[in-house]
Design a protein around this ligand. Structure first.
Ligand SMILES: NC(=O)c1ccc[n+]([C@@H]2O[C@H](COP(=O)([O-])OP(=O)(O)OC[C@H]3O[C@@H](n4cnc5c(N)ncnc54)[C@H](O)[C@@H]3O)[C@@H](O)[C@H]2O)c1
Length: 276
């Protein structure tokens, strides 16, 4: 389907110790790419690499909130492999709840990881890719970066909108300079992100609901196939599954109705999940 496209490419992945990053690392290694699998938790990245039997992957620590980490890792990759073909800026977290309950510290944390992490990764890779005259930058946003009025997920939605807009602008500028750029906007995928979500003023059952929503998402395997297919085709925005496209279109075409649905969700949250 896309295997030849990735064969012999040198690929850097952030947040590779779990979920989508782990799935990308595994499939890319199988497709013949050399995978530099990184995570803030090096042990988790090493676990991912241990699942890859063809020795096409290495694990490194990279905290996406530290621009120096990107400089060190990318410089090391270019020194060792003479190039960097692809970067997947994938690491991300979720924060949920009403805006009035979310502390500035939680906003800063999610902005640092979800947006600044993508910015540092893109800018660093772009610099090296411009020197080599080729390369591809892939930023993992979310359908939450396309759909407006996503109440109860404001910090997540705001950071993902920023990633979408930044990536579209980068693609526009990079197009004539030989660098490809794509943004990935999935709906729910079954990973640990729901379990790890920060929900500052919600009761336990809200966290369970978040876990169940994500758990009901599509399997990582299918998500990774969608991503790798879209990237190989150099799509600007890679959106899947069908439900994510449907919500996006519905919210744009029938905004009034969509907002009524969101208001119902907020009322339900206030009645049943928000701590007083
Ligand atoms: N799972 C979904 O439903 C879904 C939907 C749309 C978009 N996404 C996006 O996909 C990406 C991957 O999410 P996932 O679902 O695989 O989550 P996950 O929680 O399974 O994996 C995230 C990984 O990022 C790592 N990480 C966290 N902070 C980091 C930091 N500062 N530096 C480096 N690594 C860090 C974690 O250790 C973890 O290994 C995220 O950007 C997320 O927003 C997920």
């Amino acid at each position: 389907m896309y295997n030849n496209y990735y064969c012999d490419k040198v690929v850097l992945i952030t947040g590779g110790g779990s979920g989508i990053g782990r799935g990308l690392s595994q499939k890319l290694a199988i497709a013949g790419a050399t995978v530099i699998c990184t995570d803030i938790d090096r042990d988790k990245a090493a676990q991912t690499v241990s699942l890859i039997s063809n020795k096409k992957a290495v694990a490194l620590k990279l905290d996406v909130t530290m621009s120096d980490d990107f400089e060190t890792v990318v410089e090391g990759i270019v020194k060792q492999y003479s190039r960097l073909d692809l970067i997947f800026n994938n690491a991300g977290i979720a924060v949920s709840g009403e805006i009035r309950d979310i502390a500035i510290a939680d906003w800063k944390k999610i902005i640092d990881i979800n947006f600044m992490g993508v910015l540092y990764g893109s800018q660093t890779a772009y610099k090296y890719m411009l020197q080599q005259g080729s390369g591809q930058i892939v930023n993992i946003a979310s359908a939450a970066g396309l759909v407006d009025y996503l109440a109860l997920m404001a910090p997540y939605s705001v950071t993902k909108h920023a990633v979408v807009n930044y990536t579209k602008l980068l693609r526009f500028e990079a197009k004539t300079l030989g660098i490809k750029v794509s943004v990935v906007c999935p709906g729910f995928i079954s990973t640990s992100i729901g379990k790890n979500a920060v929900a500052p003023n919600a009761n336990q059952s809200w966290n369970e609901k978040a876990v169940n929503d994500v758990a009901a998402g599509i399997p990582v395997d299918a998500a990774v196939d969608n991503i790798l297919k879209g990237v190989a085709a150099n799509k600007e925005i890679i959106i899947f599954p069908f439900q994510a496209k449907a919500v996006y279109l519905f919210a744009r075409l029938f905004t009034g109705l969509y907002k009524l649905g969101v208001q119902k969700m907020v009322n339900n949250y206030r009645e049943n999940y928000r701590l007083k």
